[in-house]
Ligand binder design. Structure first.
Ligand SMILES: Nc1ncnc2c1ncn2[C@@H]1O[C@H](COP(=O)(O)OP(=O)(O)OP(=O)(O)O)[C@@H](O)[C@H]1O
Length: 232
């Protein structure tokens, strides 16, 4: 589902004459299989978010290759990547990133509108997704009227509404208390088991890392040979 081959990345800062190069990732190799839950742990600044953005095609690596679902995306332009992302990758963030002026149902519906889906099918899919994330009683609530855990469920429903095979998550439970976190992790496990969705999760949190089939660890931009990692 995700193949990362010899990926290195450095950021370039400042103007030409005074350019500073910040090396962040060095010769990263790994493979995530379809249907796995894989967590990525590492200290702050170790390069986790950079790697997630490279997997999602938001950052082009300085060198190396990225393939998603068997498709090599490294050299693609933004237009092609945007279409590909919509079909293949859902995102979940620590701070939910819902649109505050839209209700739960409208937030979930948005990718279907962008995708050109008819109103009748949109209504069916949103109702079904609200049931899957156990929010059928809250379609007309705005994000500010929902708890943190409920908001993250809306974000998950929005990430899943176009049936992507892969979800990338950046600290998905970082803003939640421990009970709500446990409920959300159970939901991720259910979606993984029932729908076969692959999850790649960045986390600082051992509870989150514990639901993963495998744990990758990054240190100073290098992948450690963590438990069960399969080098490509
Ligand atoms: N746009 C950028 N330009 C320059 N340097 C950057 C940029 N984005 C990140 N960095 C640097 O790259 C390094 C890795 O950052 P990254 O956000 O990938 O780490 P992280 O492991 O996700 O950290 P955290 O856990 O704190 O979110 C850091 O030293 C950071 O300062």
């Amino acid at each position: 589902m995700i193949t990362i081959k010899d990926v290195s990345h450095r950021y370039t800062m400042g103007k030409k004459a005074k350019e500073t190069v910040v090396p962040v990732l060095s010769h990263i190799n790994f493979h995530v299989q379809k249907g796995e839950i894989v967590s990525l742990v590492g200290k702050s600044g170790s390069g986790k978010s950079t790697l997630l953005h490279i997997i999602g095609g938001f950052i082009k690596p300085s060198s190396g290759e990225v393939a998603i679902n068997g498709t090599e995306i490294t050299s693609w332009d933004e237009g092609r990547l945007a279409d590909f992302r919509l079909q293949h990758i859902g995102y979940i963030f620590q701070n939910f990133q819902l649109i505050p002026s839209m209700t739960a149902a409208q937030n979930i519906e948005l990718p279907l509108i962008l995708n050109g889906t008819s109103k009748q099918i949109r209504n069916q899919k949103v109702a079904d997704m609200l049931r899957q994330v156990e929010l059928e009683a809250y379609p007309h609530h705005y994000p500010s009227e929902l708890s943190g855990g409920q908001q993250q469920r809306v974000a998950i429903a929005r990430a899943l509404i176009l049936d992507p095979p892969l979800i990338l998550a950046d600290e998905p439970t970082g803003s939640l208390d421990s009970d709500t976190e446990a409920e959300l992790l159970a939901l991720i496990q259910k979606l993984n088991k029932q729908n076969g969705i692959t999850f790649f999760l960045i986390t600082h949190d051992q509870e989150v890392a514990a639901i993963a089939d495998r744990q990758l660890e990054i240190k100073d931009g290098q992948m450690l040979q963590a438990k069960g990692v399969m080098p490509v």
